[in-house]
Design a protein around this ligand. Structure first.
Ligand SMILES: NC(=O)c1ccc[n+]([C@@H]2O[C@H](COP(=O)([O-])OP(=O)(O)OC[C@H]3O[C@@H](n4cnc5c(N)ncnc54)[C@H](O)[C@@H]3O)[C@@H](O)[C@H]2O)c1
Length: 447
């Protein structure tokens, strides 16, 4: 066994050399903990690159679906999933002790917020505990979940080193943020440059080697903290810019200026401007949540950020704004919200996906119901919704349904909706996404 000098880039231990050989030969057994929107595509991408992949999840529904060859993620077809399964390149299990048999493991578990808006690290901690129980020399662990800077070194590393194995010598630890964009037909997991930071340079090297075998481009950075911060900068950038344009939309509504036309005009500038679009609020697992991880951590470190909290305030006020605007529109037509029939079009947090987590539509429906509206909804991707302990089933946005409502609100601009039919049949349409771009009608109002 070679002697190691900490962080010495020239030293390769036996554990390093063994794993390097396996990665190069594609005989390294890869595993993913957490088979969600991130973990399942990542696992399949590695399997398509020639690795044998084991997906591990505690959710038996998800594991059973994979075993049955049924994809629960819009971007992955059953055929793609079945191809990897039948080629014996991909399998799923609920048994966390299988981590022992793997050479490299990526952690893709949720990182939500607690009710207090502090990070909920319980999923990451429990995944790290499961790994620590079976960790052996020669394994590479990569954290993918979005999280605050310092998580890999402060939370994962001590857990993994607790049984005496040393990082960079016996096992290897890296952070690589997942940047997948569900519903984006242009960029799949393999097409998005992969940022990789290691706890030591050797850790970074192995993680870059593994992902480099499956992804088009690797972007190495000097540490796990930088890699963690890269992801949070990206998502904070989006959150702040969306908040800015949401505030501009409120301003334009007040000043009776068409915000969509303003954005289109500004976006004609070939440099120095990037268009962001207003809407009924933020949703999903990333943009409304991740910047608050950063705000929390920087506060602990004694730095008070201002933009993040302000952006959160503006963005979280949008569902209430669109409901108040809807109430005004009904009022202008001599109707009260109480007793009105409101049909919500689209309940996912963005178009053409099936994910309704944190969707602003849920808040909009709650607010409409609290004001006494009778709410129905359509969404080709979400057959039923559970809101405040009540199940609501989707209906088709057919002529009868649209004609029977007092107001149709476009909350998610799914491509599958027929917007001219919606305008033709609903007595009043409030479009919060500019899905009806270019259309003009007396019964159509845009945000
Ligand atoms: N969804 C996105 O678009 C996206 C994009 C980039 C990054 N991320 C980040 O990636 C991470 C995962 O997000 P996601 O959308 O895939 O989440 P998800 O909820 O779709 O999937 C996570 C999976 O992890 C499983 N899980 C939880 N604890 C586990 C444990 N201890 N052992 C095994 N399995 C466990 C859950 O059952 C679930 O199936 C989050 O940190 C998220 O912020 C998400």
């Amino acid at each position: 066994m070679s002697t190691i000098i900490e962080n010495d880039v020239t030293v390769k231990t036996d554990a390093f050399l063994a794993l390097e050989t396996k990665i190069k030969a594609r005989t390294a057994r890869f595993g993913v903990i957490g088979l969600g929107y991130v973990g399942l595509p990542l696992g399949l991408t590695l399997s398509e690159a020639g690795f044998t992949v084991t997906g591990i999840d505690i959710d038996t529904y998800r594991v059973d679906s994979i075993v049955a060859g049924r994809s629960y993620i819009t971007d992955i077809t059953d055929a793609e999933l079945q191809k990897s399964i039948s080629g014996k390149r991909f399998r799923a299990t609920t048994d966390l002790t299988e981590i022992r048999n793997l050479d490299a493991v990526s952690i893709c578990v949720p990182t939500p917020l607690r009710k207090t808006k502090d990070p909920d690290m319980s999923y990451v901690i429990s995944a790290a505990d499961a790994i620590a129980k079976v960790l052996r020399p020669g394994q590479l662990i990569i954290l993918e979940s979005t999280t605050y800077p310092g998580t890999t070194e402060e939370l994962i590393l001590p857990t993994l080193e607790a049984n005496g194995l040393r990082v960079g010598q016996d096992f290897f630890l890296a952070y690589s943020p997942e940047r997948v964009d569900p519903g984006n037909g242009k960029y799949a997991t393999r097409d998005i440059p992969k940022v990789v930071g290691g706890t030591t340079p050797r850790c970074a090297e192995l993680a870059a080697m593994l992902y480099g075998a499956a992804m088009k481009e690797i972007v190495p950075v000097s540490s796990t903290r930088v890699a963690e911060m890269v992801k949070l900068l990206e998502n904070t950038f989006r959150s702040v810019n969306i908040a800015l344009v949401n505030e501009i939309a409120l301003m334009c509504s007040h000043m009776k200026i068409d915000v969509w036309e303003v954005i289109k005009g500004a976006a004609s500038k070939p440099f120095g401007f990037m268009p962001f679009y207003p809407g009924p609020g933020l949703g999903g697992h990333c943009i409304p949540i991740d910047p608050l991880y950063l705000e929390w951590k920087s506060k602990i470190d004694g730095f008070e950020s201002r933009f993040i909290g302000l952006a959160d305030k503006v963005n979280s006020g949008m569902p209430r704004f669109v409901v108040t605007r809807a109430m005004e529109l009904l009022n202008e037509r001599g109707k009260a919200m109480r007793g009105s029939r409101v049909h919500v079009l689209g309940v996912t947090y963005k178009k053409d996906i099936s994910d309704s987590r944190e969707s602003p539509a849920l808040e909009v429906i709650k607010l409409l119901s609290a004001l006494g509206a009778e709410v129905t909804y359509s969404d080709p991707y979400v057959p039923s919704l559970r809101i405040e302990g009540r199940n609501i089933d989707a209906v088709q946005p057919c002529r009868e349904v649209l004609a029977a409502c007092d107001l149709a609100m476009i909350i998610t601009n799914h491509t599958a909706f027929d917007y001219s039919e919606i305008i033709r049949n609903a007595p009043l349409v409030f479009d919060t996404r500019n899905a009806t771009d270019g259309a003009r009608a007396r019964n159509l109002v845009r945000l």
